[in-house]
Write a protein of this length. Sequence first.
Length: 291
Amino acid sequence: MVRFRDKVNPKMPKEIGFMREAGLVVAKIHQALREAAKPGMATGELDQVCRDVIKAEGAKSNFLNYHGFPATVCISVNDEIVHGIPGSRKLEAGDLVKFDCGAYVNRENKQWHGDAAFSMIIGGEEAGSQTARELNEVTQTALYEVIRELAKGAQTLNAVGDTVEMVVAERAIDYGWEAGIVEEYVGHGIGNAMHEAPDVYNYSVRGKLMKLRPGQVFAIEPMLTAGDPDNSTDDDGWTVRTKDGSLACQWEHTVAIMPGGVWVLTALDGGAEILAPAGLKPVTLPGVVTD
């Protein structure tokens, strides 16, 4: 939505704890959406699911009314990449659907934000096409591999784009086709606002990006397509879709750089399942709620 190039201000441990509270709200929204999203469900009904969780958790939506966005969650279907507006459309078995949402909590007179997205095939993996399954897998893997690289001690923000490109290239050999990387929409810093400095590119860039330090928090969100990544925005001013009609996918987590590792603030388990294949565990804070 917004692009930044300024340096990020690291958060204090207490502030990361506040962001974990917001992140857990987002994780619970995702859990509720996964359970509710079935064939025949209207996207507007799923927006209500999101609203209900936010209310029950005593949080606030950071998507609703953001630059005029009319809902609490972006729901983008098939060739829609991002920013889809929920409404009367009913989901069908086999649809590849992206759910992107966030929430914030007020602590010490400031807002503390969480932002995350996931994709799923409506009706289960077997209901989707092979392309949909492979695109979903490569996009999720790209995000997870980025998180593992950060946890291993990546030195600069270049690790994000470099890792996404590496995963895309490796899967191209496996699948016989190469996913397109959407470059117009990128990740971002996050904290007292949903979008803060810096831009977090999903592709390799020339030169060295900012050095990574404990206390920095980023929303990392690769967006890939099964065809050409060129895109356009619908007349509603929000919905972004591929020009060639190919499928699109998005995965995102809010990740805190911690001393000696990372904490996935928008994962219920803090990123334990994501990090386990690399033999790593989340680095959390003493006395702060972790689940």
